[in-house]
Design a protein around this ligand. Structure first.
Ligand SMILES: *Cc1c(COP(=O)(O)O)cnc(C)c1O
Length: 425
């Protein structure tokens, strides 16, 4: 039987001399130094994603604000700052990370449906580029906080364009059933009312319709609606100078096509190129997903009836996407399978006491033995950032590869770190 084993389909990940490497570093070398499990990122892959997007957007007046929630590791943020990216944040914690990583406040966009008064004050004091506002009550809060500290808040209104992003329901955000944004029909009136407030400098409109969108059509629909809104706002005699197009650009988890960024950029040119507004996009996943992976070690194998399980030392608390969104990450054995090796069906699971602690059922893996390493690919986005300490498991290490070298960019959160929060009060 000939078998097509799953091989990395993403840049800077591949087999070299019979084993999996990231750039020029063998995964086994990282595992030998730091132990498993760990996240690993390729600096070159991150830079390449930014360059690819920027090349596609050439000629547009557009700022890339990386969505920090996709992966907020300080070293990755500072790498992105060096690449000229601004940041899209959704909490004060993310703002502190972005500022610590060297992001200029003037390139930070504060999104999110539930900002606290403290977060609003912190953002105004830091001098962020804009607050993306999602409700009339939030406008009230911003007016009040800004008035109290003697500032004028620069505000963009997030509108819900009621467009279906054609992605997983749990990552759809732009239909009228979702909690996000101001209803499209109310947008112009809300904009006018906000613009009349003296504590608010109303400058534009924002949208974000969802995540992992691989079809350009929903983006086109959304951007056409944005263009119409811009005209309607100007027709009322109001000014509008900024449009924030959100993120959501989808990637390839299984080797099929991700978003076509050339077509995406062309859609922006055609719908908003002559809007006269400064544009922002907020991609998270597109920039970081394919540049990262989770490496785990096989602890045990066992057969239950006809099902073969491989139990690895990473779990749902380290990578939550399979349990949360039914996501399937590709699994690549770290030792390159021999050409004549046989593929076996295997159910790859973690040690956590939940049946949802599974990475999925695979039929393209060679026999895995105790001690073998496996890589769960395309895990750079919504991986480490979503991790928890469930089952009192420590947050795992993160490693950044650059060319021939690698370094720790987050150490393991030890049991001592955890106990200190409850003991040293
Ligand atoms: C999550 C989020 C993003 C990033 O989404 P991706 O799918 O990772 O590109 C951008 N903007 C807002 C407002 C978000 O909530």
């Amino acid at each position: 039987m000939t078998t097509e084993f799953s091989r990395p389909h993403v840049a800077y990940f591949g087999y070299k001399n019979g084993e999996l490497a990231v750039e020029n570093v063998a995964i086994s070398a990282i595992a030998a130094k730091y132990g498993t499990p760990f996240y690993v990122y390729s600096a070159a892959a991150v830079r390449e994603r930014v360059a690819k997007l920027r090349a596609a957007l050439d000629g547009l007046d557009i700022q890339i604000c990386y969505a920090v929630k996709a992966n907020n590791n300080l070293s990755l943020l500072s790498l992105l700052v060096n690449e000229g990216c601004g940041m899209d944040i959704v909490s004060d914690g993310e703002m502190q990370r972005a500022l610590t990583a060297g992001a200029p406040a003037g390139k930070i966009v504060f999104s999110g449906v539930g900002k606290t008064d403290e977060e609003i004050a912190a953002a105004l004091n830091a001098g962020v580029h804009q607050l993306n506002v999602e409700s009339i009550e939030e406008l009230d809060a911003i007016s009040r906080v800004a008035g109290k500290i003697g500032k004028v808040a620069t505000v963009v209104l997030r509108v819900n364009p009621d467009v279906d992003a054609l992605t997983h329901p749990k990552i759809t955000t732009g239909t009228s059933k979702n909690k996000f944004g101001i209803a499209y029909a109310d947008a112009v009136n809300t904009y006018a009312a906000a613009a009349a407030r003296k504590e608010i400098n109303m400058v534009g409109i924002a949208v974000h319709i969802g995540s992992q969108i691989t079809d350009v059509a929903p983006f086109r629909q959304t951007f056409e609606r944005l263009a119409q809104l811009t005209q309607a706002i100007r027709a009322k005699g109001l000014t509008i100078s900024r449009l924030d197009l959100g993120g959501g650009l989808g990637v390839s988890y299984d080797g099929s096509a991700g978003i076509d960024v050339i077509a995406y950029a062309q859609t922006i040119r055609e719908t908003l190129g002559d809007s006269g507004c400064a544009l922002t996009i907020e991609p998270g996943r597109f920039i970081i997903a394919e540049a990262g992976a989770l490496v785990a070690k096989v602890l045990y194998g066992k057969n239950q009836g006809n099902v073969k399980f491989s139990i690895v030392d990473a779990a749902m608390n380290d990578l939550m996407r399979p349990a949360l969104y039914d996501a399937l990450h590709p699994v690549w054995p770290v030792r390159e399978p021999a050409a004549d090796a046989e593929a076996l069906p295997v159910h790859l699971v973690g040690p956590v006491c939940e049946s949802s602690d599974t990475f999925g059922e695979f039929d393209h893996l060679p026999a895995l033995e105790r001690g073998d390493l496996v890589m769960l690919g395309v895990a750079g986005a919504y991986g480490a950032t979503m991790s928890s300490t469930y089952n009192a498991r420590p947050l795992i290490q993160e490693v950044l590869v650059e060319g021939d070298s690698f370094r720790l960019v987050r150490r393991q959160w030890t049991v001592e770190d955890a106990l200190a929060l409850e003991r040293d009060l």
